[in-house]
Design a protein around this ligand. Sequence first.
Ligand code: MN
Length: 276
Amino acid sequence: MVLEKYKEKRNFKATPEPSGDLELAEQRAKTQKTSKELFFCVQKHLASHLHYDFRLEHNGVLLSWAVPKGPALDPTVKRLAMKVEDHPIEYGTFEGVIPSGYGAGIVMLWDQGTWTAQVDDVDAALTKGDLKFTLDGYKLKGSWVLVRTSGRYPGGPSSNDGRSWLLIKHKDEWAGDVDIIEFAPNSVKSGGDFADILAQDNPEIWISNRPAKGGETGALFERIIERALEMKGKVPKTPVRKKPATTKPATTKPAAKQPTAKQPAAKKPTAKRRTQ
Ligand code: MN
């Protein structure tokens, strides 16, 4: 069934993500043949780890890859892209906060536009594991390729389960050594960063129970929550960044709405933001 995995993973009563209309997906699959230019997007997703979800419209759904380090404009740089479940087309313009559950975190629409296959048969190219295409987005343009790999790639899974691909820029006028991730970090939908997106929602939901607690991702969440609260002129009752714990963990405090595991000492913010 179309979008079966997508629906399986999510509880649409608890997430603002689009539920995906199966009839619409089928209709779109039928009408796709008449249009050459199809939708693509990249969603910057701060969840248990920061990553970039690369999505190409095909047969009424969005083929999706999670790219831990994000796309690179340098043709010598190969970026690991893990194939994930197809997403509904409506997901392509989604930006917002997933409060809990699968993918809990903040989704930013980092780039969008159209894509054109540079092959006649996209399904055959996907089966072969070599899809060449052009992008016409705000940030990403020109010729690219997705190639499936053996899986034995630094940072990739140890076994070959067929999910490991590499996203590579081809040499053309749109290639270059600009680090596009750092150069253009914000949303193409709202212009905002993660804190702006969270401030549009309810940043208080994560004071006691955030999607990532430890490590660099946890520290990134802390800074974002603090900034979002500041933007709303709200000062949390308990500090978001806790001082190194000297007594009991926070679970006994009445302020904590949900039981939490003991919190590791908050790390000082560093200039380096990416975790991958
Ligand atoms: Mn994701």
